[in-house]
Unconditional design. Structure first.
Length: 380
């Protein structure tokens, strides 16, 4: 490999949220979704060049970034995105909150998959809308969205369907037929759709492809907001470069009106990093995906070989969704934390008997963490 993903970089005493949580404890942090890999050299070099300029006033989205992103959408997804559709944001989470604020009133309900990345629920809760949960169910060794169950709980007040593709947690990559079913559901109930596609470039299963929801049809585009970012893909989450793609002018106006005075513009260095990553980072990304695929396959074998644990290999992301219900522990996250491994609590996503493990790290660190988990299970 031209890039060294086995490199161990000391983050424990840095500004890392992930590592500072346990900075004074012998606990391996495999929780929040950033990786322990050095970002692509093209990104580092671009940032160093911009910093050398020495002036850091207010900035705007570079025309090169817009062109690079549009070309990437066309080349990867056959999606002809127009420049006016783009709204740049400092993070996908702010995009989720803005979407709910813009498209759902307090007396309206929001349909949300469950379990789900926690900001989906908080976006509904903080705006006073009621979430209607659509369960993710395990079928044929894949986590699938069961909209039929949500339909049975609907009251007619629903306005917005929130999707996550690839799904977090679980790593499901939705197929064409599944997306068409989701669109038919939205049409049947006259729903707007927000699709969080932040992990769309982290597909691990050979032969799969990401399909943006908005590319299904002209109707899908006009009723949707798509959220994307290079942050997870290229490990630049701390810089905060994301964007919403909103083809419908009325939805875009409502979305933008909600951000005024609340959500800041994107940092100028984030623009630089995003441009370099999407323009020049593909060779690095290709090797990262090979490395992550190896970590996933190794981890799947190890976890499914431990008593009381099971996991479905994620089709995308670097996040393993582990069923710990067989351990008989009321709080599996605390159990493993006591054993020296810091995982995300499944309760935060909607199922307290699961934990989420971030395998975006050097293999040696992952092996050390699994060894600690195995010892804890053996000791009872």
């Amino acid at each position: 490999m031209a890039f060294n993903f086995d490199e161990s970089i000391d983050r424990r005493h840095s500004d890392s949220v992930k590592w500072r949580k346990y900075s004074e404890q012998n606990i391996i942090p495999l929780w929040v979704a950033d990786t322990d890999f050095r970002s692509p050299p093209c990104v580092i070099n671009a940032l160093q060049e911009r910093i050398a300029h020495g002036v850091f006033g207010y900035g705007v989205a570079p025309q090169e970034l817009i062109a690079v992103f549009i070309a990437r959408m066309r080349d990867h997804y056959r999606w002809d995105v127009q420049p006016e559709w783009l709204v740049f944001l400092p993070g996908v989470v702010s995009g989720l909150h803005l979407t709910v604020r813009a498209l759902a009133q307090r007396e309206q309900d929001v349909i949300i998959p469950a379990p789900i990345y926690p900001p989906f629920r908080s976006a509904a809760r903080q705006t006073g809308t009621k979430p209607v949960l659509a369960p993710m169910v395990l079928q044929d060794n894949r986590w699938r969205l069961d909209l039929n169950s949500a339909e049975n709980a609907m009251t007619g007040r629903e306005k917005l369907l929130l999707l996550c593709n690839p799904h977090n947690p679980g790593g499901t990559v939705y197929r064409q037929a599944e997306l068409e079913q989701q669109l038919a559901f939205a049409q049947r109930h006259d729903l707007l759709v927000c699709s969080d596609e932040i992990h769309c470039e982290l597909l691990l299963e050979p032969g799969l492809r990401h399909i943006p929801f908005a590319t299904l049809s002209a109707d899908a585009a006009q009723r949707s907001i798509t959220l994307m970012s290079p942050s997870k893909t290229f490990n630049i989450a701390g810089l905060g470069a994301s964007l919403a793609i909103i083809p419908d002018a009325r939805l875009r106006t409502r979305f933008i009106s909600q951000r005024n005075g609340l959500v800041p513009n994107v940092d100028i260095l984030a623009y630089v990093a995003a441009t370099a990553a999407w323009r020049d980072g593909q060779p690095w990304l290709d090797e990262q995906l090979t490395y992550l695929r190896g970590n996933r396959d190794w981890l799947t074998r190890q976890i499914n070989g431990l008593p009381g644990l099971s996991m479905v290999p994620p089709e995308a992301t670097y996040l393993a969704w582990i069923d710990a219900s067989g351990l008989g522990q009321e709080n599996p996250q605390h159990f493993f934390e006591q054993a020296g491994v810091g995982l995300s609590a499944g309760a935060d996503f909607g199922d307290a008997q699961f934990v989420r493990l971030n395998f975006g790290c050097p293999r040696a660190l992952l092996e050390q963490a699994v060894e600690r988990m195995a010892r804890a299970i053996k000791a009872g």
